[in-house]
Ligand binder design. Structure first.
Ligand code: NAD
Length: 247
């Protein structure tokens, strides 16, 4: 479904991002995954190469909250592979702090990675996509961008912002043949969920009409669809993959 395409996936070393990378590789794309550390990038690459040594996959670890570093990493991908067809902005951190315990620094940390870093990656990537005649950007949102959540207000605030960027940029970049979409996962079995208090996970899971959390691979399938030509007229969409637990 992605034969010959070049993709960049941030937060590609584990969880949902790792499954997106795998799915893109299985479908013929060349992928550069961005992680936060050399060590986690190397571990992810080793795992992928062990699965299929022929997969064309590389890794980088720019500081995503540094616009200059991100621009350089994106330009390096373009120089090496000649183009960037797909940018997946998936790296993100979640938070569950109660308002009265919140600090401005904690709020900034979430917004810096979940919102500003996406903007930093889109800036150079969109210019490359425009020059080459098109491309697609997919952002990882969350079900909390629809429902909010009862603590950790920075996280839903960041994901509402992701939706805002997605819908706005779909309108702005449509004339340049750049599609911009987001996937809004529900409770998905990754480290991010494992780090939440058990009672929070149980309370959320009990409200899922499908009766279970999602698997990272199920979420990654939505990223495959949106990156593929099957979604050639889909843009500005926030696609929920949450077992209907968003409300
Ligand atoms: P995860 O913690 O397993 O993975 C997060 C990824 O982001 C990792 O690859 C990590 O390296 C990267 N990352 C974290 N901090 C970083 C930093 N400072 N710089 C660079 N990279 C950094 O989490 P996940 O569940 O796979 O989350 C992926 C995305 O899915 C996030 O945007 C998250 O908000 C979203 N999401 C997850 C769930 C869920 O239930 N797991 C639900 C809704 C949305």
């Amino acid at each position: 479904m992605l034969k010959g395409k070049v993709a960049v996936v941030t937060g590609g070393t584990r969880g949902i991002g790792f499954e997106i990378v795998r799915k893109y590789l299985q479908n013929g794309a060349k992928v550069v995954l961005f992680g936060s550390r050399q060590e986690s990038v190397d571990t992810a690459l080793d795992k992928l190469k062990a699965e299929n040594a022929a997969w064309e996959v590389e890794g980088k670890f720019p500081k995503l909250t540094d616009a200059v570093e991100v621009e350089k990493a994106i330009l390096d991908v373009k120089e090496k592979f000649g183009r960037i067809d797909i940018l997946v902005n998936n790296a993100g951190i979640s938070q569950n702090t109660k308002l009265y315990d919140y600090t401005p620094e904690e709020f900034d940390k979430v917004i810096d990675l979940n919102v500003k870093a996406i903007f930093y990656a889109i800036l150079p990537a969109a210019k490359i996509m425009k020059e080459q005649g098109g491309g697609c950007i997919i952002n990882t949102s969350s079900m909390v961008s629809i429902s909010g959540q009862p603590a950790g207000v920075g996280y839903p605030a960041s994901k509402f912002a992701v939706n805002g960027m997605t819908i706005s940029l779909a309108r702005e970049l449509g004339p340049d043949h750049i599609r911009v979409n987001a996937v809004a996962p529900g409770v998905t079995k990754t480290d991010m969920v494992a780090s939440l208090p058990e009672q929070v996970v149980q309370a959320i899971s009990a409200k899922i009409p499908m009766g279970r959390p999602g698997e990272p691979e199920e979420v990654a399938s939505a990223f495959l669809y949106l990156a593929s030509d099957l979604a050639s007229y889909v843009t500005g969409e926030i696609l929920s993959v949450d077992g209907a637990c968003r409300s």
